[in-house]
Structures are given as C-alpha cells and as structure tokens.
Design a binder for this molecule. Structure first.
Ligand SMILES: *Cc1c(COP(=O)(O)O)cnc(C)c1O
Length: 824
C-alpha cells in the first residue's frame, strides 16, 4: 500500500516545497530505524529532549527524500535539491491525521485495547487465537503511544482482515486522539490499576479517560466484577453493546467459571447465554487467567468456534520478557533488564535472578535506578522496593539517582551504596570491587544503564594489533572511486572486521556514510549496536536461536533457505514484527548457502507473499572466483543466473529490492555488475584480492623482546628439540604464541618477523604463549619492538609462506590480543 506524495500533502493539509514525484510506503519518526529510504516519509517530531529537524541532513544523505516538517530548511533548493518538504503546523498531529485517513479506508473489525496492565499480552494472545485463519495486523511490541499508535495503524494493508491495536495513555486528555486514529469497532478494557496514577485525580477519572477510546465502538469488552469499571461504564455515554465478563454474575454476557488443576487453569464459559464451552490454559497466575478470558471473549465475538478456541488456548505461548544474561568480568554474571522501571517488572526480574541456577555460592546484587511514574510517594515506593529485594534474596544493593540517594535509609539491606549518577558509580571503588556476583541491572531508560553493562562485560596481554583507521578510509575511497555514482556499499565487518576489531571499524565507516555493515552472527551486530552504531546492519549467518535478538537490535538477517525463512517468519509473528527487512541469498555456483535461482524462485515468492512479517530488502549472490581471470566464464554464468532470479523476485514486488553481487575483486574486475550495491571485504582491509598487493596497510601485529640469551652451537631450542643451532646464536623470546593466532607452522625457520627492520626467523616449535626468534647479528635489546606483520612485512608474505590466504591469517588473531586504534 503506497500513497503518492501529492495525496499525502492533501491528506495532512500541508504546504509542499519541492516537486519530485514519490510513493510513500513507510513512515519514520526515529532516524535510527531507517530502512527503505526511497519510500520513507520522515516526520520531524519535536519534543523537550529532541528535535527531528536535526536529523534531516543525515537522512537526506542516507537517501530519504520526503519530510514532514514544521520549518523548511534554509536554502532547501540548494541543499536538498531532490527533496519534498511538507510544511505543517504540528508534525505529530500531521502523523496522526495521516494514520486517521488511512484507517478510514478500512471497513473491517478493528480491536482497540486499553487498560493499565495486560494490553500487550491480550493483544498477542488474541493474535494467537485468530491469526491462523485471518490476516491480522497488530501493533508491534507495545507501540501504544501518541506516536506508536499512528505508526501501528499505518501497517494496515489492502488484504488485512482484522486489526488489533493497543492504546496507552499517561495523562488526561490523551485518549481522544488515539480514538480517532484507531476507531475501534471492538473496544477492550483489560483493567484499571495504579500505573500513571500521579497524573490522574482518581481511579475513576483514569477509567473514564480510558473508556473514551470506545465512544464509537460497536462492542465493548470489560470486567464487570470491578466496581469502578462497572460504574464508569454506566456513567459514560457509550453506544455499543456491553459485552462484560464476570466470574460472579451468571447473567453476564460472558460468564466464566475458573478452576486451577495442577499447573493448568480450566475455564468453563457461557457466552451470550447460548454458547457453552470450556478451555484450558497452561498458566495459573491470576493475570494470565484474566487476560485469557478477555482474549476468549473477543475471539468468540469474532466467530472463533468453541472447539477451535479450546485447541488454540491449550497452546497459548507466553509473551516475551526482555532480560539478557551476559558474562561479566571477575566472575560476575550480568542480568540486564531495560524493559521498564516499574515495581512489577522489578519483581519479575528479581524472580528471574533468584531462579537462575548459577547464583549458588555467589552474591546477588541489585543495581537499580530511581523509579518513575509510580504515583506513589518515595517513602512507600522505596519501602516496597526494599521489601521486595529482601524477599527475593538480594544481598547487596546499589541505588543510582537523586531520588534513591535521598531515600537511602528506606533500603533495609546492610550492604548498600548510593550514587547520584551513573558516572559517579563508574568511578567508585564499589564499581571496581565487584567480584563473583550475580548482578541484576535494572534502570529506567533515561539513566543509560547500558554504560554500566558495557563497563562490566569481560575484557582482556603485551602483544597488540595496531589498527590505522585512516588507512581503512583510504581503502574505502580507493574502491569508491571505482564505483559508479549512486551505487550503494555494504562493508563486510564479519569475523570482527577481518580481525581488526569491528566496533572501531564500524564507527569509522559510519562516519563515512556507508550504507550497510555486514557481520556474521547476531552477537557481532549486538556489540555494534551497544557501541552506538545506528546504521543498517546485515547478519550473514543468522542463527535460529537469535531471531529475537535481531529484532530487538534492528539487525537484518540474510535468508538462504526455506527452513530459515519459515522459522524467521514464525519468530517475527510471535514478536509482533511486521515488514522486517531481510536479504535473500541466491546460490549461483558457490554451492554453499542460498536459494536456487532456477528452481526455487516461484516457491520463494509465494511464501514471501503470503505473510507480512518480513520483506525482502535486497537480493544477492556471491562470486566464487572474481579475483581470477581464469574463472571469468564461470563468473558470467553466475551473473546470468543471478540476473534472472533477482529480476523475477523484483517483478513480484512493488517496492525496490536492491540487487548486489560484486565483492572487492568484483568491484574492480566487473564494474558493469555493480548493480544497486557492492560488498566490500578484503579490499577495505588493505589487500587487493586481484593481485594480492597491499593497497594501504591497515594493521600491524607487534610485540616486544622479553629476554635475550646467547645459546651455543649444538644446543636445541624449544619443545621436542626441533631446531638445533649450527652456530653460536643470539636468541630472543617474544610473548606471542599459537594461542594468539601465530601459526605454529611458521616455527623452525619456516617464517620470520622483523626486529629493527631486519628479518629474524622463528626457531624451535612455536609455543602456546611465547616463541623464540633468531636475532644473531641484529642490533637489539630486551624491550625492543618486534613486527609480526605490518607495513614492513605484509600479511600476504605470511599467508604465502603458509600456503593460505590473507583472510585466514588476519582473522586468526585471537581476542586476547589487544587492539589499539589510531589515526595518522
Ligand atoms: C565475505 C563476503 C564478501 C566480501 O568478500 P571479499 O572477497 O572479502 O571482498 C562479500 N560477500 C559475501 C557474501 C561474503 O561472505
């Protein structure tokens, strides 16, 4: 579903500056989420903390051409010659207005869910109950705010049969805007609790505000066993049918009888006095039971039969929680929970920590930030936190924030520390002395607790790999000069950027506006995200176990098989993810991974079309021998296969799918095959794969002489006496071994390194952490620098000696070798 930019201009009542044609399929409010620049309309939202107008230049560079703004940039015709600016008085209102008009196009059941707790669970469960038969669009995650709701509603497509949207409010007056955007035909109120209570005069006031979502609804689902809700419903002017549920009043339109049997709950129900049925769910806590009743009521209203309901209820899946576990330094385990800083989620996280098998014998520590928006006084709130923490076995408490600092006496745990800021904690002795603890890190987003996690994650001896970041840029430009203008670029930073260290390389590349970064596995991508990489990241070998991580961190997987495709779609649907960008790999001759462009395309297209969880962003293949003219005929065959398969895919979709096949060697050797995008690997790291020559050396592996000794002729060096000296020699020991990635086959005079510019052979077998070199006749002393490879000794000399490729030598440098970055 796309809208022309003219149409949008009219719909939002904007004044347009710029006159390029455009079709808009995606709305964007957070520049970090950019994905399909050509078809994206960016709304420059303004808030107390941020101003979307500041991101226009960056987005324009990244290919975005359409912007909704409150102020048109100065000299826009000069600075943004290809852009359209739609000027409005209020960008948020314009976003909401557009979503409203989009919603108007649909005459289908739309479920609007509000309430203090359980909105996301009810939404996800309802989805599980009805989606097997119907095409359902629902809010991603908990997009339920003034911005989240319009972005969710925008996801409705021509073929949607049911929409399910959450609406969340935190202050009076917010609901009418959400009502006009969602216009729910079925309204659902889960419950009314204490969240955001501080902004409302009373529970009644909050309840009535929530009910405003249902002003135009045909049916309203709520619990009549709650007195406040019942009273508020009767006092509100609602015109729809009241579909209340109750476990007490058998006259209720949805009357339920609930009994728990072991680890399951059985619910018998009578729906509108005529339909009787029973279902069982695999949960026994009261929140899950209530949520299931609400979801069942809506499902029955949507004509799900009791048999089908029973079958699907029995297989209900819990809704994902966000708790990450990581290995920290000094024997610590870190549990990171950045979901929410309310007391309920604290309880869940503490419970999780307590139940982990690895806490035994280790101290349980809680690092907590101030809690916002509880509506409780500091006294009662932090008193409750203290009780909860003690109950859940917390032995050490670290509180961060002004509020906690001033309520320190309320925390009744003897080992406790308080800091006003994350910085002061990071600089403290308390931080440095964390040892053998299981640490729950739970902070409100504003506190940026990620900095604590980063500093606690495991780190690393005197061999270093020096990396010259300018040389990386020089190599980048070497290839860019060979690329046709407008061709996009993926930089391959898999395998820790070919050994150079992915984070710093990625930061450098991001500064130079490369379009995509590609890593091998999800964890590499997560590391980049945690270090401030906001651009597009592709995952070349997505693990089935890491889909959720990919969604959480906006990592775009490669898809190479039907099995992977199905698993990914399933995972995306479970998480409520829609239109998630993926990259389709075709096998044109490598015979490694990929779809067969001859036989698989129809089936692939069919499967992609019947779901909306994922969407192909690009399609690609890989040359097996673009570095060697001897394979040119084969490369041409590969290209033809790719050309055909990728065109077929493109023809099946209306949005532009990027096509790419050239790697480093291909960019140079097959410029006509650069297509929409190229993938730069080895060349970036300074080696031209076409001739094995150095472009610009980016790294140097260096160590120092630990000890020098004179060894007489006839003595042997090292384990198993493999090198016997034929003359009196000067031998140096250096702290690098095969565990650092120094190939053991270089020993016994097969290879050499450089000491003060002179070649020194490896003598004896290379040991694990140390090796010996022959420095006879070289002017040197203990402490002198040794170059294993670098500007004076190209890595290709080593790879040639080892009869391998430079890739293997570069990626073999182990993690314990510290990377040092510099710019000259
Ligand atoms: C590693 C890789 C590249 C980069 O290849 P170079 O020869 O290093 O340029 C390109 N595409 C794919 C799919 C890769 O795995």
């Amino acid at each position: 579903m796309t809208y022309t930019i003219e149409k949008i201009t009219t719909l939002v009542g904007a004044r347009r500056f710029g006159h390029r044609d455009a079709n808009i399929a995606f709305l964007l409010t957070d520049s970090r989420s950019l994905c399909f620049p050509e078809e994206t309309l960016f709304f420059a939202l303004t808030s107390e903390r941020n101003d979307g107008h500041n991101y226009i230049a960056d987005l324009y560079r990244r290919g975005v051409r359409n912007f909704v703004v409150e102020q048109v940039p100065l000299s826009y015709e000069v600075n943004y010659p290809e852009a359209n600016f739609l000027r409005v008085a209020d960008t948020l209102k314009a976003l909401q207005r557009l979503a409203e008009r989009h919603r108007d196009e649909y005459d289908i059941p739309i479920v609007g869910i509000t309430g203090s707790n359980g909105k996301t669970v009810v939404k996800e469960w309802l989805y599980q109950l009805i989606s097997p038969d119907k095409i359902v669009i629902r809010s991603p995650r908990s997009y339920n705010s003034q911005i989240g709701v319009p972005l969710s509603v925008w996801l409705l497509k021509e073929d949607t049969q049911v929409g399910i949207f959450e609406a969340g409010i935190s202050r009076p007056g917010e609901m009418p805007a959400l009502q006009t955007i969602i216009q729910p035909t079925i309204g659902v109120l889960t419950n009314v609790g204490s969240a955001h209570q501080e902004n409302f005069a009373s529970k009644e006031a909050k309840c009535k505000e929530k009910l405003r979502l249902f002003y135009e609804s045909d049916v309203i689902v709520y619990c009549m066993d709650d007195d406040t809700i019942r009273r508020c419903v009767s006092e509100s002017t609602l015109k729809g049918e009241l579909l209340a549920w109750s476990s007490k009043d058998d006259k209720a339109p949805m009357y339920v009888h609930i009994h728990i049997e072991g680890l399951r709950t059985v619910v018998d129900y009578t729906f509108k006095n005529h339909l009787r049925g029973q279902y069982t769910i695999p949960f026994i806590d009261s929140a899950s039971i209530e949520n299931s009743v609400v979801a069942a009521t809506v499902a029955l209203q949507l004509d799900v039969t009791p048999d089908v309901l029973a079958e699907r209820m029995a297989r209900l899946e819990p809704v994902a929680m966000r708790l990450e576990v990581k290995e920290g330094q000094h024997g610590c385990t870190l549990i990171n929970d950045s979901y929410n800083s309310d007391i309920k989620s604290l309880d869940i996280a503490l419970d999780f920590m307590n139940r982990r098998p690895d806490h035994k014998g280790r101290r349980r520590t809680l690092i907590l930030s101030d809690i916002y928006q509880s509506g409780q006084s500091g006294e009662s709130l932090y008193g409750e936190v203290s009780k909860l923490a003690i109950e859940r076995g917390v032995e050490k408490f670290i509180g961060i924030g002004a509020d906690l600092f001033s309520h320190a006496d309320l925390i009744k745990i003897s080992e406790k520390f308080f800091f006003k800021t994350v910085e002061s904690f990071l600089q403290s002795e308390v931080f440095r002395s964390l040892r053998d603890e299981v640490i729950l890190i739970k902070g409100a987003r504003q506190f940026g607790f990620d900095r604590i996690t980063e500093n606690l994650v495991r780190k690393v001896h005197e061999t270093v790999l020096e990396v010259n970041l300018n040389a990386v840029v020089d190599n980048l430009n070497y290839y860019r000069d060979m690329m046709k203008p407008g061709t996009k670029l993926v930089c391959m930073i898999k395998a820790d950027a070919y050994g150079a260290g992915s984070v710093e390389i990625a930061k450098t590349l991001q500064d130079h506006q490369v379009d995509y970064l590609a890593v091998a596995v999800a964890d590499e991508g997560v590391t980049l995200r945690k270090n401030g990489i906001t651009g597009n990241i592709m995952i070349m070998n997505p693990e089935m176990s890491a889909f959720k991580t990919m969604f959480d961190y906006d990592l775009e997987p490669e898809v190479y098989s039907f099995r992977l495709l199905e698993a990914l779609v399933k995972a995306a649907e479970k998480e409520g993810v829609t239109d998630y960008p993926v990259h389709i790999k075709l096998d044109t001759g490598m015979h490694r991974l990929g779809f067969d462009p001859k036989h698989d395309m129809e089936e692939l297209i069919r499967r992609l079309k019947r779901q909306n969880a994922i969407i192909p962003r690009s399609v690609f293949s890989h040359f097996v021998g673009s570095d060697d003219d001897g394979f040119d005929a084969f490369s041409t065959r590969q290209f033809e296969l790719f050309d055909q398969g990728s065109r077929q895919l493109q023809q099946a979709f209306s949005h532009n799918i990027l096509r790419h096949i050239d790697n480093s060697a291909g960019i140079e050797h097959f410029p006509e095959r650069q297509l929409d995008m190229c993938r730069l690997g080895l060349g970036l790291y300074g080696i031209n794969p076409r001739n094995n020559q150095t472009i610009h050396t980016i790294s140097a592996l260096k160590t120092t002489i630990l000890q020098l000794r004179h060894v007489p002729a006839g003595d042997s060096i090292g384990y198993s006496r493999r090198t016997v000296l034929d003359k009196d020699s000067l031998i140096a020991a250096i702290p690098i071994g095969y565990a650092d990635g120094l190939n053991r086959r270089l020993g016994n005079r097969k290879g050499y390194c450089l000491v003060n510019g002179k070649q020194a052979q490896y003598v004896g077998n290379i040991c694990m952490d140390v090796c010996m070199i022959d420095v006879t006749g070289i002017d040197c002393k203990e402490g002198d620098m040794v170059e294993i490879f670098g500007p004076e000794l190209p890595v290709t000399v080593l790879s040639d000696l080892l009869e391998t490729i430079p890739y293997e030598v570069m990626t073999g440098i182990s993690n314990r070798v510290r990377r040092v970055y510099y710019q000259d």
